[in-house]
Write a protein that binds this ligand. Structure first.
Ligand code: SF4
Length: 97
């Protein structure tokens, strides 16, 4: 449904006939870590994320998984090869390295 609060006219899954159902009843503005992301939209009320209503929460546990300007760190071994976390866990459970 179309937003009628902070991003008027934008389609949003949190918008209902009774209003915005997201925390506090509206989107939160982007945070410093979002700078450079292609999903930032400028509206009269400020700058918001086009795909997530609470940008600060997306950065709480590391890099935002929707970000277009940053990628999470991938674990690599001493030789520089990517480590598969599932296989690493199985090796650790068997007591091997
Ligand atoms: S996708 Fe992530 S990094 Fe980009 S604006 Fe939204 S919350 Fe910020």
């Amino acid at each position: 449904m179309e937003c009628t609060t902070k991003r008027p006219g934008d389609e949003c899954g949190f918008m209902t006939a009774k209003g915005c159902t997201f925390l506090g009843g509206a989107c939160f503005e982007v945070v410093e870590q979002c700078e450079g992301c292609g999903r930032i939209v400028q509206r009269e009320e400020g700058r918001f994320c086009a795909v997530y209503p609470h940008p600060a929460a997306k950065w709480r546990r590391g890099v935002c998984n929707f970000a277009t300007h940053a990628r999470p760190e991938v674990a690599k071994d001493a030789a520089g090869k990517k480590i598969n976390p599932l296989k690493a866990a199985k090796r650790a459970a068997r007591g091997r390295r």
